[in-house]
Design a protein around this ligand. Sequence first.
Ligand SMILES: N[C@@H](CCC(=O)N[C@@H](CS)C(=O)NCC(=O)O)C(=O)O
Length: 215
Amino acid sequence: MNRTLHTYFRSSAAYRVRIALNLKGLTAQHVFVHLTRQGGEQFGEAFRALNPQALVPVLSEDGVQISQSLAIMEYLDEAYPTVPLLPKALADRALVRQLSLGIACDVHPLNNLRVLKYLTTTLGASEDAKSAWIHHWIALGLQAVEAELARRPASRFCVGDVPTMADCCLVPQVFSAQRFNVDLSGFPCAMKVYANCQALDAFADAQPSRQPDAE
Ligand SMILES: N[C@@H](CCC(=O)N[C@@H](CS)C(=O)NCC(=O)O)C(=O)O
């Protein structure tokens, strides 16, 4: 089996997949794509041939190439079901997807590198305005996660007492919030889940500072 992951240490989306692989006990050879060096290696011809969206992560496995972190995680879950990333009960599966999509589609893209670059260059936003933008969208997204977690019986992870795809999405988003100094004091349920996740090697080993390409 030849499995590679095109990744960048600071990428939240790649971080999700690194956690998922670790949870499943799967290894992948990491190919590092530096998102800022020389204008961004993701825009090079070779990487664009792999993913025309010019975004990491990309998982390649025996000729199969998949981009989009949620698609990758669902693929891994179907291909390697022994350690599942989705619970059994239908309603719980839907909740995991709801939380995952809420973060991956409605929070993360607004603070992605290319969006922030567009804000400051094309639209001329100041650094302060950029920072306010980041704080606004992360806080709004985490408020929704917090409300969802708070109205359910307390559990160790986002949905139940076993980590799921929702935790793979929450942890990188909280990590990114910390990097941007977002005040997280209003999110006790999310932070408790975050702490429970970080206590596991699968999550701790996937964090940006532990990656070989970390700066
Ligand atoms: N929805 C995509 C998002 C992928 C994405 O935005 N990747 C970022 C890093 S987290 C990226 O490659 N950014 C490069 C850029 O903005 O130019 C996923 O979940 O995989």
